[in-house]
Design a protein around this ligand. Structure first.
Ligand code: UTP
Length: 224
């Protein structure tokens, strides 16, 4: 069975309002996909992580401590997903080498160590498992030519090369809780291991399903 890795933003799992019905639909989709593919789901920390990080920053905590706080939140979100799935690991692995040893139809995890986000964990898992694709399910519809929150005429890019993203964003980690479509260090892994990567809005389950299945979807394909 081929492998697909999906990184699901924490903001998709839990934004300001808890949405139990959405989470049930999301995990039902993951179970459906697991009939076709071995699935690794990496869960982010989202807004809740950012609020804790903000608090820690105001209290003067150092960057590594802020990252560790973010990691804890990703693992709480991962626990929610794995409990709902019921066919995945009960305990959340702390490193990708632990995750790849597990034998379940779906493997769920959160963050690992400081200085990156769960996007990098997903890219690392995709590299280690030789996944056919890495799907980054985030809270925007794809990558835009400029910030769509600031510019009304921002255009969604259907395809973008990994090299142009690296030129634009670099590959170094900036600060805890930063929220861009994909963390910069993950770009380097995608380039080096040539993982086909899709950016899709994780709230749009019809499009997420297409992306997971490798079918045409509304979002951005990163060309490697
Ligand atoms: P996320 O992966 O949720 O990052 O981790 P994000 O991109 O800011 O948010 P969403 O979920 O995509 O909206 C939250 C924070 O936890 C720390 C980082 O500080 C990150 O910003 N973290 C997470 C790590 O340090 N290492 C990890 O492996 C994962």
């Amino acid at each position: 069975m081929k492998t697909v890795v999906v990184s699901i933003g924490g903001s998709v799992v839990l934004s300001d309002e808890a949405d139990a019905l959405f989470l049930k639909k999301l995990t039902t989709l993951f179970k459906k996909i697991s009939n076709e593919y071995k699935l690794y789901v990496i869960v982010g920390g989202g807004n809740i992580a950012r609020r804790y990080i903000q608090l820690g920053r105001e209290l003067g905590f150092d960057e590594d401590t802020l990252d560790l706080i973010g990691i804890e939140v990703t693992r709480v979100n991962a626990r929610i997903i794995t409990n709902l799935l019921g066919i995945s690991n009960e305990e959340i692995p702390h490193i990708t080498n632990e995750a790849i040893k597990l034998n379940f139809p779906i493997i769920v995890m959160g963050g690992t160590d400081p200085k990156h986000s769960t996007d990098l964990v997903g890219a690392e898992l995709a590299e280690k498992t030789h996944a056919v694709r890495f799907v980054n399910a985030t809270n925007v519809d794809g990558i835009y030519d400029k910030d769509p929150n600031k510019y009304k005429d921002a255009k969604q890019l259907k395809k973008v090369t990994i090299d142009s993203l690296i030129i634009q964003y670099g590959t170094t980690w900036d600060a805890a809780g930063k929220n861009i479509f994909m963390d910069e260090p993950a770009l380097e892994i995608i380039k080096r291991s040539k993982i086909t990567t899709y950016i899709v809005n994780g709230k749009r389950l019809d499009q997420l399903e297409k992306a997971l299945m490798g079918q045409p979807f509304d979002g951005t394909i990163i060309l490697v």
